[in-house]
Design a protein around this ligand. Sequence first.
Ligand SMILES: C[S@@+](CC[C@H](N)C(=O)[O-])C[C@H]1O[C@@H](n2cnc3c(N)ncnc32)[C@H](O)[C@@H]1O
Length: 184
Amino acid sequence: MGTLNYIKNFFRDKNVASVTPSSKFTVNQVIRRVVTDRPVTVIEYGPGDGVITKPLLKAIHKESTLIVIETNEDFINQLNQIDDPRLKVYRDTAEKVDEIATNEHIPKADHIISGIPFSFLEPDVREELLTKTLDLLGEDGTFIAYQTSKHLKPFLEKTFSDVKLETEYRNIPPMCIYEAFGSK
Ligand SMILES: C[S@@+](CC[C@H](N)C(=O)[O-])C[C@H]1O[C@@H](n2cnc3c(N)ncnc32)[C@H](O)[C@@H]1O
């Protein structure tokens, strides 16, 4: 069902950018980078049908908060079916993350996770979103992004002081997993 759903949405909405959800190996690569032994605030850009959101809710502390921001209506309908009081679903663009965080009274996040296709964003929009992302992270906060190419690394390095990149080959196509920390 997951892949059929992505194919259908891919042809209707170019921003979906993938004909298949992230593999379970990519999902694990993201979740293992998240703190799970204390309450955390997590923001997810581009959750799609919730392929990461659902296992993330299983993994994080029961007093955590997870805010997901997704543009695609069909995916929003699926995300709205997840019954978990810790989850807040926004149909909006990740570029509005600062307004959404203010609305949710969230001064800082522990992790921001992103699957949105950064290569589709205009350079100024991309830079502004990365700056907003850094500004929203607490002192030990991390930005975890997964993309199918290495193009994001230099842009992350302009904003964050430390950027790590690992490739998960058990994904079609192979997935670059970025983890960025600290202010430049
Ligand atoms: C490559 S898919 C990733 C979906 C899912 N998280 C996964 O791991 O398979 C990218 C997702 O980001 C959403 N998206 C694209 N641009 C966005 C934006 N600017 N703000 C929020 N969501 C966006 C798309 O609708 C799509 O669901």
